[in-house]
Design a protein around this ligand. Structure first.
Ligand SMILES: *[C@@H]1O[C@H](CO)[C@@H](O)[C@H](O)[C@H]1NC(C)=O
Ligand SMILES: *[C@@H]1O[C@H](CO)[C@@H](O)[C@H](O)[C@H]1NC(C)=O
Ligand SMILES: *[C@@H]1O[C@H](CO)[C@@H](O)[C@H](O)[C@H]1NC(C)=O
Length: 344
């Protein structure tokens, strides 16, 4: 059916990223560009990009891994814990399409690819790109630019070409394509707007007579934190025809206009409470919850009011550590019981 087709297309890029993340090592499998056609899930244009830049594919894979790890870190306390990313099949069946969860996945994936490709450029691992050497000389503050700043423009352009491609080929008349493209760009902007200056001191025994500095990307954890914030404040939008173009505008005129840095979504999220394998929802039964928390990880909210079970679990820790001259520390193993609460 056409709906099935749409779901398949929507997730093609994310499936392909996920699939790449699972390959043991691409360098082994992708010695030459003919192997690109064997990669599952890639769209035609993505295969062409792969053929032109085989050695960048390891970075794409690494970017996808970063994105998945970060998504699971940011969402580990929530009902939807990013675990629909666990399997190709589950991933294709989507309760989250058009929702703010989907907005986050797109943003973090496109940021992951831009980030990993940029880092490979700076490390000299790719032929087509390198450090940004335009920033050089002595700064007004008196430090020396090292001449090897992160050059984001290549990584961003690569992410635009590779990650955005399946959406672009669907045409910008589709509201979902517009949504995904916007969120992809917002993900990349989260790196761009948090570039920082890093420095190293040179001089006798750590004195800082000479400082060399360079512009660097933020740690990827920072990008994840920024996008999680954006997720919390995401704007619900709907399509509107303006002249010959279709735009996404805030659903309510009371919402403030969104910017290129914000996440947008078209559909309210389901509650993710009950297991529904057909749409890729795990449900929260069996999840560990916090009895005293009133936040999303608290038993009340996480278990959707179904209640929870309490069990005793044994924890082993190092304790009564003693320092022995010289130089070792000996500890005992202490066993103690803790209460563990899990959702019914
Ligand atoms: C950064 O990368 C872009 C895109 O590849 C390139 O055009 C530009 O020259 C690079 N900048 C520097 C300073 O190397
Ligand atoms: C997410 O929750 C499901 C149960 O609802 C669990 O099986 C899975 O391991 C969790 N995933 C992560 C990454 O915590
Ligand atoms: C449970 O939540 C409380 C209140 O938010 C917090 O202080 C505590 O550290 C949490 N416990 C665990 C095991 O996460």
């Amino acid at each position: 059916s056409s709906k099935k087709m749409e779901i398949v297309q929507l997730y093609v890029v994310l499936i392909s990223l996920w699939y790449l993340a699972k390959q043991p090592s691409l360098q082994g499998t992708l010695q030459d560009s003919s192997a690109c056609e064997g990669l599952k899930g890639l769209a035609e244009e993505q295969v062409r990009i792969c053929q032109r830049q085989v050695e960048a594919m390891d970075s794409v894979k690494h970017g996808a891994e970063l994105a998945i790890e970060e998504c699971q870190h940011q969402f580990h306390n929530r009902r939807w814990n990013c675990s629909t990313l666990q399997g190709l099949q589950v991933f294709g069946k989507v309760a989250i399409q058009g929702t703010r969860e989907s907005a986050f996945i797109h943003a973090i994936s496109s940021a992951g690819v831009a980030f990993a490709v940029t880092r490979a450029c700076s490390r000299g691992e790719l032929e087509q790109c390198g450090c940004d050497r335009k920033i050089h000389g002595v700064s007004p503050e008196g430090f020396q630019w090292s001449g090897c700043s992160d050059n984001l423009s290549y990584g961003i352009a690569f992410s635009q070409a590779f990650v955005d491609n399946p959406e672009r080929s669907r045409g910008v008349s589709s509201s979902r394509a517009l949504m995904n493209l916007h969120n992809n760009e917002a993900g990349r902007k989260a790196i761009l707007s948090h570039m920082k200056v890093e420095c190293k001191c040179h001089g006798v025994s750590g004195s800082c007579e000479v400082r060399t500095c360079w512009k660097a990307m933020p740690p990827f954890r920072k990008v994840g934190n920024v996008l999680k914030e954006k997720f919390e404040r995401a704007t619900e939008v709907h399509p509107k025809r303006v002249g010959s173009r279709k735009l996404l505008v805030p659903k309510s005129s009371r919402f403030k206009p969104y910017t290129a840095h914000d996440l947008v979504y078209l559909v309210a999220s389901p509650d993710f409470c009950d297991r529904d394998p057909h749409s890729g929802v795990f449900g929260t039964s069996g999840r560990q919850c916090n009895r005293t928390s009133h936040a999303m990880d608290g038993c009340e909210l996480l278990c959707c009011g179904r209640g929870f079970r309490t069990a005793q679990a044994e924890r082993v820790e190092r304790c009564s550590c003693k320092f022995h001259w010289c130089c070792s520390v000996k500890c005992k193993q202490c066993h103690h019981l803790v209460e563990v609460h899990t959702c019914r």
